[in-house]
Design a protein around this ligand. Structure first.
Ligand SMILES: Cc1cc2nc3c(=O)[nH]c(=O)nc-3n(C[C@H](O)[C@H](O)[C@H](O)COP(=O)(O)O)c2cc1C
Length: 387
């Protein structure tokens, strides 16, 4: 027998374990923000359910020379074919979450994507990630602000700009509405009570200070109250992105350009025509279109037609090494996860990024060895067609 592959905290061998622990450690309003989907959460459930239905076939008698999960993407060889998706307000869920995750991603040589509305600044995260972090842009209403953000990204030599296109309208998330987590955020009596029963979160938050939109701070007036902050966010970002806006970015941005939120053939065609370098097939973790299809279904449609023309990445409902293998078997070049890494940090604080990445690597290694795959490209041949 070979040595046991799992050398991380044995109390948390799965994303489910981290999620249970996270729920007990952070205030309910923060957990609801992280967990929720839109409307009745049908699309949220579909992401995981459709992924679970993908089956892979092992081979046991084939000669096997060992495996590597290293994957080349945009000129960089990553240690594993998965990365950390952009999440807004990360520091609300756990203080310094962007720094913790960007640092762990650097250590494990996987990509971390910083959100425009996260709580770490472009410059700070570039420092922590030694220039490796990617950046996700919420499209600003004014070109002046867009250009200022692009200049800052260029100055820190950000390698990949990810433009989000699937938030033309705010998702209607009932959990957030109920818990008062809106723009502007409300500190209701109930929320204060929910925080008070999570002492570890309170201590860390007191130590780190109130989280803020660090990347956007230079564009805000000082000492904005919550209502002013809400008005600023609504006026500053349109959310709606079209071909003209992408063309203007393509013209200006010399690094790699990725569009996140492509789920239709028509948008994939537009992205290719615009000269983007890759797409992330995503339904925003089931937070925008409840009547939409699961990410893996969109992936299967798009990868068969466009997989040879540009790298297709995917996120939504991926929770384990077997899930990473499933999406790679369905034609994705790379898998991203959002909530799992936040569960990890909320559960284990500073150790959470390292633990979650290491755990997923161990799970993915096991499934590749079991399926007799020597490299990630071999996974393409393991998918069992639906009966
Ligand atoms: C709490 C939360 C906040 C998010 N914030 C952003 C964001 O600021 N920018 C963005 O491009 N996507 C955002 N997303 C979507 C994620 O990048 C990703 O598409 C999604 O989480 C993938 O699904 P998963 O959580 O099932 O892995 C957010 C998702 C969640 C759950």
């Amino acid at each position: 027998m070979k040595e046991e592959p799992f050398n991380y905290d044995r109390r948390y061998p799965s994303v489910g374990d981290l999620k249970r622990k996270a729920r007990r450690r952070i205030p309910k309003f923060a957990f609801d923000y992280l967990e929720g989907g839109c409307n009745e959460e049908v699309n949220l459930r579909r992401n995981e359910a459709d992924l679970e239905s993908i089956e892979l076939m092992p081979q046991y008698l084939k000669r096997y020379a060992g495996m590597t999960m290293r994957t080349e993407l945009f000129g960089h060889v990553y240690d594993a074919p998965f990365g950390i998706a952009p999440i807004g307000l990360q520091g609300l869920m756990w203080p310094n979450a962007p720094e913790i995750l960007a640092g762990a991603a650097l250590k494990h040589n996987i990509p971390y994507i910083l959100s425009t509305v996260s709580t770490g600044s472009i410059e700070r995260i570039a420092e922590v990630s030694r220039g490796r972090a990617w950046f996700q842009l919420y499209h600003p209403t004014e070109d002046r602000l867009r250009d200022s953000i692009l200049d800052r990204l260029q100055a820190v030599e950000c390698p990949v700009l990810v433009v989000l296109v699937d938030v033309p309208s705010f998702g209607l998330r009932y959990r957030e509405i109920r818990s008062g987590l809106s723009m502007p955020p409300k500190m209701t009596f109930r929320n204060v009570v929910q925080a008070a029963v999570r002492p570890a979160w309170c201590m860390e938050t007191l130590r780190a200070g109130i989280p803020e939109f660090a990347t956007l701070k230079p564009y805000m007036e000082r000492h904005m109250d919550m209502a002013q902050l809400g008005r600023f966010m609504n006026m500053t970002f349109t959310g709606r992105v079209d071909v003209d806006k992408i063309a203007a970015i393509r013209e200006r941005w010399k690094g790699k350009l990725v569009i996140k939120g492509v789920v239709s053939e028509a948008d994939a065609e537009r992205a290719i025509d615009l000269g983007v370098d890759g797409i992330i097939v995503s339904n925003h973790g089931g937070r925008q279109v409840d009547a939409g299809e699961s990410s893996v279904k969109s992936l299967l449609r798009l990868s068969s037609t466009y997989g040879k023309r540009l790298p297709i990445m995917v996120d939504g409902g991926i929770r384990s090494g077997p899930d990473i293998a499933r999406v790679l078997a369905c034609g994705a070049r790379f898998a991203f996860m959002g909530r799992p890494f936040m569960y990890g940090v909320a559960a284990l604080g500073r150790r959470g990024g390292d633990h979650t990445i290491g755990m997923l690597k161990a799970q993915f290694r096991q499934v590749m060895e079991q399926l007799c795959c020597e490299n990630v490209a071999d996974l393409a041949g393991t998918r069992i067609p639906a009966l």
